[in-house]
Design a protein around this ligand. Structure first.
Ligand code: ADP
Ligand code: MG
Length: 305
């Protein structure tokens, strides 16, 4: 089941939280929706799950528009909101039954649905406890369980791992991977490694705009095959001249007189740059390699270096 976002904009009062974004998610994809705090992730997810209306643009889930057919959309979407709101005074089993009944499950279907979701989410031993008595990791399992009770084809998880300790984190990531078989999943986070661990595609959003959308393998490829050289001269150098150096793939001016040269990692072109400087009567002040990590890619794209 696909999710299509088209020219979506959300304005709160004066603030543009989501600014004309478009993307499509195909059936079966697990997409990491990555961005710093305030980027517009939760807003986009709230619109896709019919919790708030868009200011303009549209979101189509399968063939249903979130504004025109919200009930149809809610039937096929499972949603774990940010901060995982739960009724702490309810028992795990009771709560999941309650959520199931909201989805109009009843009788045997409800009983079996609750039973299987409890097993699937590893809650068997906790099912008779009050939610308020559970650790954060187990509460998160309850949150995931409630999002899955009606067997939705699309899962929207808003920062499902924030605030977990490393062990809980690994368990919840594993669980998400497991439950995402045969589902379309959008998963928000501000941690790049998490996207690497779980997703096959990443969409990076910053200040309401999409700044990257690519398969995770491509970002990884970028990391492995490219080396960045920082070269600083005493004076301005024409970008055209730099890109003409053999082995340079791309160039950008980082600061005044300081340039980032994207180069092929298999090839050391420092000697070429030195020769370029001498033949053009430029004085090279500094040259260093910068390792490109996925975290760097993210920081570059979102301007938080
Ligand atoms: P993210 O989930 O990526 O952290 P949000 O979608 O929550 O980002 O927020 C995007 C921007 O919109 C933020 O600057 C936030 O302060 C603002 N915002 C979110 N919700 C509201 C609201 N109900 N009223 C006013 N501004 C809001
Ligand atoms: Mg958020």
């Amino acid at each position: 089941m696909s999710v299509r976002v088209k020219n979506l904009t959300k304005i709160y009062g004066e603030q543009k939280a989501v600014d004309d974004i478009s993307f499509q998610i195909k059936e079966g994809e697990i997409v990491g929706f990555l961005g710093p705090n305030g980027a517009g992730k939760s807003t986009t997810m709230k619109i896709a799950t019919c919790y708030i209306p868009p200011t303009s643009g549209e979101v189509i889930v399968d063939k249903f528009d979130v504004v025109l057919h919200p009930l149809e959309v809610r039937k096929v979407i499972g949603y774990l909101p940010e901060h995982n709101p739960l009724y702490l005074d309810m028992y795990v089993h009771e709560y999941l039954g309650f959520i199931g009944s909201l989805h109009q499950l009843s009788g045997k279907r409800l009983r079996e649905g609750v039973k299987s979701i409890i097993e699937m989410c590893g809650l068997t031993l906790e099912q008779n406890k009050k939610i308020g008595a559970l650790s954060k990791g187990y509460r998160q399992r309850v949150g995931l369980a409630q999002s899955l009770i009606h067997d939705p084809k699309v899962l929207i998880l808003d920062e499902p791992t924030t605030g977990l300790d490393p062990n809980q984190l690994a368990e919840i990531r594993q669980l998400i991977k497991q439950i995402s078989h045969e589902k379309t999943v959008i998963f928000s986070t501000h941690i790049m490694q998490e996207v690497q661990a779980i997703c096959n595609r990443v969409i990076i959003i910053n200040q309401g705009k999409i700044v990257a959308d690519s398969p995770v393998s491509e970002l990884k490829g970028e990391e492995e095959h490219v080396t960045y050289l920082i070269a600083e001269f005493t004076e301005n150098v024409d970008l055209k001249d730099l890109i003409a150096i053999e082995g340079v793939i791309d160039v950008a001016e980082q600061q005044k007189n300081q340039y980032v040269l994207k180069t092929n990692a298999n090839r050391d072109i420092r000697a070429e740059i030195f020769k370029f400087a001498t033949t053009n009567n430029k004085v090279l002040l500094e040259m260093r390699e910068e390792k490109q990590s996925l975290e760097n890619v993210f920081q570059k794209l979102t301007g938080r270096e």
